[in-house]
Design a protein around this ligand. Structure first.
Ligand SMILES: C[S@@+](CC[C@H](N)C(=O)[O-])C[C@H]1O[C@@H](n2cnc3c(N)ncnc32)[C@H](O)[C@@H]1O
Length: 257
């Protein structure tokens, strides 16, 4: 659903689009078409080089994850670039890593647009969790093992994020934990305190779907050490181990061959 501003119909609605975690293969056709038709693409640091390469040369790019915007750009600065660019009449695509509705501050940007009467449209993207699970040859849900899947963040606005640790500590539970590297020790401590087995499988997928993808597999007892091995963005798949047959896959190139 999209809405144009009634008093200024020449203004186009901003398209929030999901770029997936890295590989261009994961881009939807809808997102690709939106990028090709855009005047300006405003993107995050987590949008992979393969996807950035698909932005036509004539389309202006604004990297709001870049140093000029600070190592971690203030959301208010991003909102203001978004609003100003949309008010100029340019066709804007706001491209976010993964899915724009999962830990991507989508609501804050929509509210900034709405405050200026600007409309929006959302084109979903593949979030990291299913892509990472595929990389280790696993399903995120399995009959008889887990009837629900938890999507968690390791930290939120107040620091380390509290969760339903008791529920997650139950045998067979599965969680995809985003932004969990820095809080790995906290997560481990909370889960053990609430009765999780220290041998519960834990797999980190670093740089999922990118040429430098790495899989770090172990158990809950190893979680801080596994997290310390990751240089790039990583997702924690709690309760999942790589399927044995997949352990020979080291890189996404080999997986594609
Ligand atoms: C701000 S959240 C963005 C999530 C994104 N909207 C999504 O749907 O995947 C950033 C976190 O997503 C995860 N992430 C994003 N891209 C990743 C990738 N290529 N490989 C592994 N984890 C990734 C990491 O946990 C990272 O800290």
């Amino acid at each position: 659903m999209s809405h144009a501003r009634a008093d200024r119909p020449e203004l186009s609605t901003v398209i929030f689009a999901g770029a997936g975690p890295g590989a261009a293969d994961h881009l939807t056709l809808g997102v690709l078409r939106a990028i090709e038709a855009a005047d300006v693409v405003i993107h995050d640091r987590l949008v992979g080089p393969e996807v950035l390469a698909l932005i036509p040369a004539h389309v202006r790019r604004i990297d709001v994850g870049k140093e000029g915007f600070g190592p971690s750009a203030a959301q208010s600065d991003i909102n203001s670039v978004l609003v100003t660019t949309a008010l100029s009449g340019a066709k804007v695509v706001r491209l976010k890593g993964g899915d724009p509705g999962i830990f991507a501050r989508l609501d804050e940007e929509i509210e900034a647009l709405s405050a200026h009467g600007l409309g929006f449209h959302i084109l979903p993207g593949l979030s990291t969790a299913p892509v990472a699970a595929a990389a280790i040859g696993q399903a995120l849900t399995k009959r008889g093992r887990n009837a629900s899947l938890r999507i968690l963040t390791g930290h939120d606005i107040d620091g380390f994020a509290e969760q339903d640790w008791r529920g997650l500590a139950r045998e067979g539970e599965v969680a995809a934990i985003y932004m969990g590297k820095k809080s790995a020790r906290f997560i481990q401590g909370r889960l053990l305190m609430h009765g999780a087995r220290s041998e519960t499988p834990v797999t980190l997928v670093e740089n999922a779907s990118r040429p430098d993808q790495r899989i770090h597999a172990g158990v809950l007892a190893d979680l801080p050490a596994l997290a310390a091995c990751c240089q790039g963005p990583a997702i924690i798949l709690f309760g999942l181990a790589p399927r044995a047959a997949i352990s020979a896959i080291h890189t996404i190139e080999e997986a594609r061959a």
